[in-house]
Structure formats: C-alpha cells, structure tokens
Ligand binder design. Structure first.
Ligand code: ISL
Ligand code: CA
Length: 549
C-alpha cells in the first residue's frame, strides 16, 4: 500500500465558534485557536480540520458563505488567519479547511446579482425554475424542513436550496461556477493550507430536468441527492485543475455514498479524492425523515459497518474512522454509556477509532469525554435544523414534549456547546456569556482536570495516538475480524509484516465471559487497572489490546 501523510496522520476537527474565545465576546475565534495550539500538540494530532471561517451571515454557522476570500469578522482578520496558519505549520501540524461549494449564502454577491433579473450575467450561477402549474417546480425537500424551493419575487421564479432558504444551491453545470470554485481553492492553497474537507460534495451534480423523488422508496435525504450524473466528471476536473498541483489532502463529506460506490470517489485509479467521511454508522438511528425520527438499532449492525467499509475500500481506496462531528450528538452519550461508564466507554470508543484501518478523526472535546447537554427548552438551542423542525412541528400541532425529549439525544447543538477548558465560569471558554449554553458539567469534565489525571480519557487518547504511530500495523496493517455479530463483544486483529495485535472490546455495560484465548501475548493497552483487566470476564466497556508476537 502506498504510504502518505494523510493516511498516517490523525485529524482533529475544530468548530471555531465553540473552541476558545480570545477577546471576550462570547464567540470562539482564530486567535483563540492559536492560543490553544499547544493543547493539540500535546494531544499528538497532526491535521486540523477547521469548520468554515469565511465571511458568513451565520444562518447555518458559517456553512452559508457570503465571501470565500474573507474571514468572518467575528472570528478575526485575514492577518489572524495567516498567523494561525504559520503557527500551525511551525508546530509541524497541518491545516485542512472546509470547502462549502454546493451552495453559498443568499447574501453572496453572486446570488445578489443572480436574483436581480433573468438576464443577469450571474443568473445561471444558481438553479432557477419558473412555477409549474402555479406551484413548486418539483417535490424536493430541504434538509432543514419544508420544500427545497423558495419563490423570489423580483423575477417570479423559484431557486433551489437543499439546505436553508439562505443557502441557494450553485449550478455546477455552469462552467463559470466551476472556474470560480477552482480559483477560490487556489487562493487558499497558495496561502499554504494543506487540503480541504468538502461539504456535501456528492450533491453538486443535479439530474437533468430535476425529476420528482419517489420519497416512499428513498431511505434518507442523503441518498436522494447524492451521486448525480456528472459528479465524477466535476470532481475529476477539480482534480486536474487544482488538486493534483498541490501536496494536499482531500476528504469528501460522503453523505449518500455507499460502500458499493465509494471507490468511484476514492479509488486510487480515479483521480478524485483521497477519502470520504461516510455516514452509515452515523445515520444508523435516523429514520427516512432524519434524526428526529429516532430508530432503534442493534450493536451488530453498527459494527458491521466498519467491516463492510474496510472490505469495500480494499487496496484501492482509503477510509476514515470517526464517531462524532459538529452535526451529531456527543459520541460517548450516543455510542457509549455516559451515565454509568463514562470513562471506560469513552476510552473504548477511542480504541475503536485509533485501531481500525483508515485515518482517525477526533472531534473537539471528545478527547476529554464531553457529553450531551441537558437543554431545557427550545429557546436554548441555536441550530437552524432543530429550530426549523420545531417550528414545523408547532405548525402541525405535534407533540412538543416528546420532540424536546428526542432532541436531548439527537440535536446537532450537543456537539456545538463550548469546549470545556477548566472549572472557571463558562468552562473557561470565555469571560462573556457564550453564544450557546455551556454544559453544566464543566466543573467535573474539563481539559485541565483531564490533563492532570494520569488515567484520564485525555491521557488515554494521547496513549492511543502514540501507539498508532509506533507500529505501521495500525495504519497499513490488514484487519481480521475475530468476533462479530455479538450484542456485546467485538474483536479483531491488525497485522503487518511480523507485527500482530488483537483488539477486544466489550460494547456493553455488563461484564461478559469471553472465549478469546490468544496462545500467547501481552496486554499493551487497557482501560481497566492491570489487576482487573483481561480476565475470564471482560469488564463493562473493557477495551484491551494484546500484542501477539
Ligand atoms: O445534520 C444533518 C441533517 O440532519 C446532516 O444530514 C447534514 O446536513 C449533512 O451531513 C450535510 O452537512 C454539511 O452540510 C450542511 C451543514 O449544515 C452541516 O453542518 C455540514 O456538515 C450544509 O452546509
Ligand atoms: Ca471572540
């Protein structure tokens, strides 16, 4: 397997609004990130993925960009950005920016022009359609509730928006749009950034004629909009025009990409992307209408995703392994047992992330075991997705109580509460009241305490990252699944040349007798004390790594 820095590195995602506020306005910023770089260096990660910091009216927290060449005022200046990049590189780290080009903000100059008249030179930068029989052009729905079309009075036509009405979709069939995108990519790459995470990149090509969707047959919105007819043509063109001219990493947000078609995007013979973040495990509890239609699932179905994807990518593709980002509740609350086995389950999930094949991704705060926040009312939420859904529910007269209860485990805002740095006011995130509620557990769960305690989740992450770097088996080794299909135990082996390691995980809050008996081998890592680890029974959420030779 070809060796690359983006296979060997560990990604750390920063959500800038919530990382660290350096100037006391309650909003995280670029200088705040710069001040906290030693934290990332100490943790041992290599690649920072920065959620959008471009100019934006923040309808969707920066995923609605009004100027790709400016930094958001609230986050600082271009000088602050340049200095941040310089210090990141000075520490031997890399910076990957978010590329959000399926849509812009409606406040972007292109859209402001586009909406003026049907013959404006920017008209075809977006997707406009006249009413059909006095109504909507088709039955497409928005991720953020309601229809994907908005009527614009100036010209009496609708524009398409797969996300909010303040996020009009760009028309990628227009070569001028593609050239604009390549130009802005070069602008940031020429500054020296090391790559892009590409927001909903499988959505950029829309089918000819925009036919209605057969919603009854579509498992989720991602599948509905992904993999349009010209998506590969466009990504290959982007690769020829931009990507191949830089030593950079590309990671697509793979909403709607399945294991079966993944290598069309990431196969090393395709000239497209290095890897994608797929969602098969992240959407596992979502119904056809999304996260608020919460679905039960079994552990074996969750774990099977990891095996299936690794097999599908094979030698040609490359994967990513992550359990949380800014769009999902906290991983330990979701996949672990934050109430009863917070520390053990957070460590077990980390073990999975760092020992499977694929580039590991850590979402800010997961390294200290941040949990979901007990939001008390809809007023405490900030995210457009949940606020729109709540408005829609109220209009339909739905059950608000049960909606709020579901939101406690499903809302995106759980990932967006401020990073908890210490036990001072606001978790040490800001001297000002933050833009979003701080999790009240910050006196107990915070970075300072985590760094001080020898056996903390944070120090376990450090240990796992160091381990991953100490043996090529963790990056390039093959995986052999030893135990799967169980509702508790999962075990696999990673091997490379003469190295071989066994990973055993008890994904449950009950002790379980196991039948795994390596002929020989020494415990290298465990999330239990040496005298209680790796006995006849696996302890609740026990994670153990055994060196086999
Ligand atoms: O969170 C979701 C809706 O329930 C996801 O489906 C999400 O919208 C999807 O993964 C796309 O996410 C990305 O693009 C969105 C933005 O809101 C997300 O934050 C971003 O990660 C629109 O730009
Ligand atoms: Ca600030």
């Amino acid at each position: 397997m070809i060796q690359n820095w983006w296979k060997e590195g560990v990604i750390y995602q920063i959500y800038p609004r919530s990382f660290y506020d350096s100037n006391g306005d309650g909003i995280g910023d670029l200088n705040g990130i710069r001040q906290k770089l030693p934290w990332l260096k100490h943790l041992g990660v290599d690649i920072i993925w920065l959620s959008p910091v471009y100019q934006s009216p923040n309808d969707d927290n920066g995923y609605d960009i009004s100027d790709y060449y400016q930094v958001m005022d609230e986050f600082g200046t271009m000088e602050d950005f340049d200095r941040l990049l310089e210090e990141i590189h000075g520490l031997g780290l890399r910076l990957v920016m978010d590329l959000v080009v399926n849509h812009t903000s409606d406040e972007h100059f292109w859209f402001q022009e586009s909406r003026k008249s049907k013959d404006n030179p920017y008209r075809d930068y977006y997707i406009w359609r006249p009413p059909v029989n006095g109504g909507l052009p088709n039955n497409w729905k928005s991720f953020f509730s309601g229809d994907a079309w908005e009527m614009d009075e100036a010209t009496g036509e609708y524009y398409l928006h797969l996300f909010s009405r303040k996020q009009p979709d760009l028309n990628w069939d227009n070569p001028k749009v593609r050239e604009e995108v390549y130009q802005l990519m070069r602008f940031w790459l020429d500054k020296g950034i090391d790559g892009f995470r590409m927001d909903v990149i499988p959505f950029i090509s829309k089918p000819e004629g925009l036919p209605d969707k057969d919603w009854a047959k579509i498992p989720d919105y991602g599948v509905a909009y992904a993999n349009g007819p010209r998506v590969h043509e466009y990504i290959q063109e982007m690769n020829r025009e931009v990507i191949q001219h830089y030593d950079m990493m590309t990671i697509g947000e793979g909403v709607g990409i399945s294991a079966e078609n993944a290598n069309l995007y990431v196969g090393n013979d395709r000239g497209e992307l290095n890897m994608i973040f797929h969602f098969d495990h992240m959407f596992i509890d979502h119904g056809p209408n999304g996260r608020m239609e919460k679905k039960k699932y079994e552990l074996k179905d969750f774990l099977e995703v990891f095996d299936r994807w690794e097999n599908a990518l094979g030698e040609k593709g490359w994967g990513s392994i992550y359990l949380g980002n800014h769009d999902f509740p906290r991983m330990v609350s979701r996949f672990g047992d934050a109430e009863n086995f917070w520390e053990q389950s957070a460590k077990l999930l980390a073990t999975l992330i760092f020992t499977r094949k694929g580039t590991p991704g850590v979402y800010q705060g997961d390294e200290i075991g941040l949990t979901n926040t007990p939001f008390e009312s809809i007023e405490e939420y900030r995210d457009i997705e949940i606020l729109n859904a709540s408005r829609e529910l109220k209009a339909k007269g739905g059950d608000e109580k049960s909606f709020l209860k579901t939101a406690l485990t499903q809302a995106r805002d759980h990932a967006r509460t401020p990073m908890q740095w210490d036990d001072s006011a606001n978790g040490g995130f800001s001297i000002h009241t933050p833009w979003i509620k701080v999790n009240p557990n910050y006196p107990r769960i915070n970075a300072k305490t985590q760094a001080e305690q020898e056996n903390s989740i944070f120090n376990f992450y450090r240990q796992m990252i160091a381990l991953r770097k100490s043996h090529p088996a963790w990056v390039y080794g093959d995986t052999e699944v030893i135990v799967s299909g169980s509702d508790q135990v999962y075990a696999y082996q990673r091997s490379y040349e003469s190295d071989s390691f066994l990973v055993v995980l008890n994904f449950s809050s009950q002790a379980v007798r196991h039948a795994i008996s390596p002929a020989k081998g020494a415990v290298m890592v465990s999330n239990y004390a040496a005298d209680s680890a790796w006995g006849e029974y696996l302890q609740p959420w026990e994670a153990v790594i055994i060196r086999l030779n």
